[in-house]
Design a protein around this ligand. Structure first.
Ligand code: FES
Length: 172
């Protein structure tokens, strides 16, 4: 992994953007990576068809937390319809690093969780209200990632042994 991109990811891990809780979210979903048990909760404040507020909480590896940080930056202020069309490739582009198959589920956890939140709020893909197919699509993508061969992850030792974020120290 290129050092520049690794530093970029670690910076989002140590100081994640939009980490916190919304007082009155209009959409909320807690997603989990079934293989490691890490969880993330995405909260949205949707007003007039726009993601006016977004926040997330949870714990996970650097890739999953950096992904959530970048994704929440990306969707803030955007129309819900546009957010609902985001694809895994869009998120991988945001991450800007090569993700091994074994880490794909980490990278996509935030997007899957976001799409579940939109689906549960009735603002999912294609504007279909509470269409269970939206959540099923997200489940299928996560299952695909989970089924990927467990290749030796590239550069993950560095991120797994990175110092704990300041927010976690502060919470103790
Ligand atoms: Fe748990 Fe990446 S989300 S190891």
């Amino acid at each position: 992994m290129d050092d520049l991109y690794r530093d970029y990811i670690l910076e989002h891990y140590r100081r994640p953007h939009n980490f916190g809780v919304l007082d009155d979210p209009t959409a909320l979903y807690e997603g989990a990576n079934p293989l490691c048990g890490d969880r993330i909760t995405v909260m949205l404040g949707i007003r007039d068809g726009v993601v006016a507020e977004v926040a997330f909480t949870g714990r996970g590896c650097a890739i999953s937390q950096a992904s959530a940080s970048l994704l929440t930056d990306e969707v803030r202020g955007k129309p819900v319809e546009e957010v609902a069309r985001l694809t895994p490739d869009d998120l991988l582009d945001l991450l800007g690093i090569e993700i091994s198959p074994a880490r794909l589920k980490c990278a996509l956890l935030s997007l899957d969780t976001l799409q579940h939140a939109l689906a549960e709020s009735g603002a999912g893909a294609s504007g279909r209200a509470n269409d269970p197919a939206d959540a099923a699509d997200a489940d299928a993508r996560l299952a695909d990632a989970a089924a990927a061969p467990h290749a030796s992850p590239v550069g993950t030792e560095a991120v797994r042994t990175a110092p704990e974020p300041a927010r976690r120290e502060a919470a103790r």
